[in-house]
Write a protein that binds this ligand. Structure first.
Ligand code: SF4
Length: 151
């Protein structure tokens, strides 16, 4: 074994798809088809392994994501968008609009509060999302959030 392990990062995550293959019945996600939309995160919150281990931030293209969604819609009617800061994906609105237009539901695990605008709120409503969103300040004070690079 080498003394130092160097992580090899895939430069372009569009070269392969990362989506659900096995679906286990009687589990939390049994009705949701999972599709990875991004990897890594540029925000660098100091406590976050996803940001530091999976650098750099990379986004899968809308075309590849929609192709994966189409494959998922053959099996399920809920599409879970998986990634680090999913709401940072530049095509998130288009992707969600596409899912809703297919009469399916988008699963958005967590959204950064600074990325939520009127359009996203409308989409959450159109999505028929009754589960609510997690809203977490996470740290006790603004000073602490600044130190951690977290809003
Ligand atoms: S925004 Fe989320 S994914 Fe990105 S570094 Fe911070 S905690 Fe990690």
């Amino acid at each position: 074994m080498p003394e130092r392990i160097k992580i090899k990062h895939v430069k372009d995550i569009n070269y392969f798809c990362t989506e659900e293959v096995i679906s286990a019945p009687d589990t939390e996600m049994e009705d949701m088809f999972l599709v990875e939309v991004n990897r890594g995160c540029a925000r660098s919150c100091r406590f976050c392994a996803a940001s530091f281990v999976y650098r750099p931030a990379r986004f899968r293209s809308e075309t590849e994501i929609i192709a994966a969604i189409d494959r998922g819609l053959i099996r399920k009617k809920k599409i879970g968008l998986v990634g680090t800061a999913v709401s940072d994906h530049p095509g998130l609105v288009n992707i969600c609009e596409y899912i809703i237009a297919q009469k399916a539901q988008a699963g958005l695990g967590s959204l950064r509060i600074d990325r939520i605008d009127e359009k996203i709120v409308d989409l959450i409503k159109a999505n028929g999302d009754r589960d609510g969103r997690a809203r977490a300040g996470m740290q006790g004070s603004q000073r602490m959030r600044d130190v951690l690079h977290k809003i």
